[in-house]
Design a protein around this ligand. Structure first.
Ligand SMILES: [Cu+2]
Length: 254
């Protein structure tokens, strides 16, 4: 019985990692992502139509900015590695192994902790202010019912007027009582910054004070079947006098 001679591994060329280059890529990406965070995400939903939406936008902006250097670091290492160790054909060796290094681990854990605590405190404070602002006295109650694939709104304190478009008076707090007739939907008034699940057999609540005249988007934000994408309607914010007129025209009273 013959023993195969052991084949020695080819000598490894341990290429050095150029930390400065990674640093420059990180810095450039961080700047790009911060600029993106400031200008892009909040503009995708149109001008805000409530204090809630303004609070949501500032939270989106702050969270995106805080996440930018972290995302940029991951991308910088990935981009550097792709370029530095790119291989044509079958690779014959791996890149240099990165093993545990105390200071990096400690820095990483400390920065993550500070970021998480900051986001938690900011998030809780914003959530509290948005909720308390919307729970003002004398709110208009609107019952919202989702079903495949339409929204129905009714006004229980105004003679149960019913409509497939949402009408709201300017600057009056509104409380939405949301439910569904079939599957789970999600009631989303885009430019007002409110979104809540519509569950069959359950009533969920959300509230907002619209502070801008105009027509805004109501959408379903939960995949609910074939025509989910068409499940949208309009929210009209009108002057209080016009709202009273609209209620009266539809057989109700304020
Ligand atoms: Cu849907």
């Amino acid at each position: 019985m013959s023993v195969e001679p052991a084949v020695a591994d080819p000598p490894r060329r341990h290429s050095r990692i150029d930390y400065w280059r990674i640093g420059w890529i990180w810095l450039a990406l961080t700047i790009l992502l911060v600029l993106f965070s400031i200008w892009v995400p909040t503009r995708l939903m149109g001008p805000p139509a409530s204090p809630t939406m303004r609070a949501v936008e500032s939270t989106m902006r702050v969270f995106s900015i805080a996440a930018s250097p972290v995302a940029a670091l991951v991308w910088a290492v990935a981009i550097y590695s792709l370029i530095r160790w790119k291989s044509k054909g079958r690779p014959t060796e791996d890149g240099p192994a990165v093993r545990g290094y105390g200071p990096v681990t400690i820095t990483w854990a400390a920065v993550s902790t500070v970021l998480c605590v900051f986001l938690l405190i900011w998030g809780l404070a914003e959530m509290t202010s948005v909720t308390s602002a919307a729970e003002a006295s004398n709110p208009l109650v609107v019952n919202v019912t989702g079903q495949q694939w339409v929204w129905t709104f009714s006004y229980p304190d105004e003679g149960n007027v019913e409509s497939d478009q949402l009408y709201l008076p300017l600057n009056r707090p509104v409380v939405f009582h949301v439910t569904s007739k079939d599957v789970i939907h999600s009631f989303w008034v885009v430019q007002m910054g409110i979104k809540v699940d519509a569950n069959p057999g359950v009533t969920t609540k959300t509230s907002v004070t619209p502070d801008k005249l105009g027509t805004f988007d109501v959408r379903c934000a939960e995949l609910c079947g074939l025509r989910h994408a068409d499940m949208e309607t309009a929210a009209h914010v009108v002057n209080p006098a016009d709202f009273t007129t609209w209620i009266a025209q539809n057989g109700g009273h304020t």
